[in-house]
Design a protein around this ligand. Structure first.
Ligand code: FES
Length: 100
C-alpha cells in the first residue's frame, strides 16, 4: 500500500525526520538528496533511532552504538543482531510516498 507523506516532511539533505504514519513510528532520512525510511525503533533495546546520528547511509543508535544501513536495515555491528524494517520511498511529481 502506498501512503503519501506530507510535503513538509522531507528532511533537509543529510538530516533525519520522524513521522507517525498509519500507527507506525518511522524515521525518514535524506542522504545526499535520496530518501530512505525505516522503523524508528532499535531492535536491540527499543531506542529511538531518530535520537541517534546519521552517518552516511547508516543511522547510529544513541544507546549502544549499533549502526543500521538505511538501504537494508541490517546492523553493521553488535550489540544489535536483527535488522530494522525498511520501507521503499517513491518520489513522484505529485508527492512522496512510502510503501507500507
Ligand atoms: S538499543 Fe540500539 S544498540 Fe542497544
Amino acid at each position: 500500500m502506498l501512503k503519501r507523506i506530507p510535503d513538509d516532511a522531507r528532511p533537509e539533505p543529510n538530516r533525519m525526520r520522524r513521522l507517525h504514519l498509519d500507527g507506525l513510528d518511522i524515521l525518514l532520512a535524506n542522504v545526499d538528496g535520496r530518501l530512505y525510511a525505516m522503523d524508528n525503533r532499535c531492535p536491540h533495546e527499543d531506542a529511538s533511532l531518530y535520537n541517534g546520528a546519521l552517518k552516511g547511509h547508516c543511522v547510529e543508535c544513541p544507546l549502544h552504538g549499533s549502526r543500521f544501513d538505511l538501504r537494508t536495515g541490517e546492523p553493521q555491528e553488535p550489540p544489535a543482531d536483527t535488522a530494522v524494517r525498511t520501507y521503499a520511498v517513491i518520489e513522484r511529481d505529485d508527492g512522496i510516498y512510502l510503501e507500507l
